[in-house]
Design a protein around this ligand. Structure first.
Ligand code: NAP
Length: 247
């Protein structure tokens, strides 16, 4: 059984380890955008496939039995490509998507559909903004005129001059996040609905300091593939697929 695991997330790394332990041949695929990325165990390939056709060709050439898309909930292009390419080749596809976040009592969240929607809403909510939307999402906020602090893992290129940058990779503690919010006088936080426990400390810190949060909705998943929320369910799916007569 040979699985192509589209990764770039903590869940993908965990899944690669569990499948390797179970004796499944796994090739993890990374986009290659993060310098010093955390690399999963086992075989790893890096870089885009060249669209749907490139991915379909790769699946054929490497005789892949199943694909798992465990990419980030906002990595919509590779997910769409995986759906189209597996459909073309006839390869089973599973999408592993961690659940999104839900507000808790005391939260003051404002949901929007896009980064530009968040930028439009900001002036009505605050004047000192903390952006935690990743470096690819920064540009939408360049014209707000608000004092802005942005945190990214890798530096954006070109380096923006309209905001202050913090380069750091989580997970962060609630105390870390409270310190940032206080030290920079932040009065509104912007985040994508990434979900999962690794980056929730900022939400807890915002709740404690009564800071409003603008939350960007996830892109919708394409119709078709089976979707699970946990690494354990993904392992079970592979085990079932490996015992099915067609693989
Ligand atoms: P994207 O917009 O969906 O993908 C853009 C292109 O990058 C894809 O068309 C594909 O190129 C290539 N690509 C993306 N993921 C790939 C993978 N795992 N293996 C091989 N090629 C991949 O994705 P993105 O938002 O730029 O994210 C890139 C990677 O970073 C993903 O693997 C994702 O899990 C991770 N990540 C993303 C975010 C986020 O907020 N978007 C956050 C944390 C981690 P081709 O068309 O040439 O195949």
């Amino acid at each position: 059984m040979k699985v192509l695991l589209l990764g770039g997330t903590g869940e993908a790394r965990e899944l690669a380890g569990l499948l390797a332990k179970a004796g499944v041949e796994v090739v993890s695929s990374l986009a290659g955008r993060t310098a010093d990325a955390r690399v999963p165990v086992g075989e790893v390939r890096v870089g885009g496939f060249g669209g749907v056709g490139g991915l379909a060709g790769w699946l054929r050439e490497h005789r892949v039995d199943a694909v798992i898309d465990a990419t980030h909930p906002f990595a919509a292009n590779i997910t769409a490509n995986a759906v189209a390419a597996t459909r073309e080749v006839g390869t089973p596809l599973l999408v592993l998507r961690r659940p999104g976040w839900a507000p808790e009592p005391g939260d003051n969240w404002h949901w929007v559909d896009s980064a530009s929607g968040a930028a439009e809403l900001l002036p009505g909510l605050g004047t000192r903004v903390f952006l935690t939307v990743g470096r690819q999402g920064l540009d939408a906020f360049a014209g707000t005129g608000l004092r802005t602090l942005a945190r990214c893992v890798d530096p954006p290129e070109p380096r923006p001059t309209w905001c202050t940058l913090i380069l750091a990779r989580g997970p962060f503690t609630v105390a870390d996040e409270e310190t940032i919010l206080r030290d920079h006088g932040i009065d509104v936080l912007v985040t994508k609905d990434s979900g999962g426990p690794a980056t929730t400390a900022k939400l807890t810190a915002a709740r404690r300091l009564a800071i409003p949060v603008v939350v960007i909705h996830r892109p919708a998943l394409p119709a078709g593939p089976e979707v699970v929320e946990t690494v354990a369910e993904a392992v079970q799916w592979v085990m079932r697929a490996s015992h099915s007569p067609s693989t």
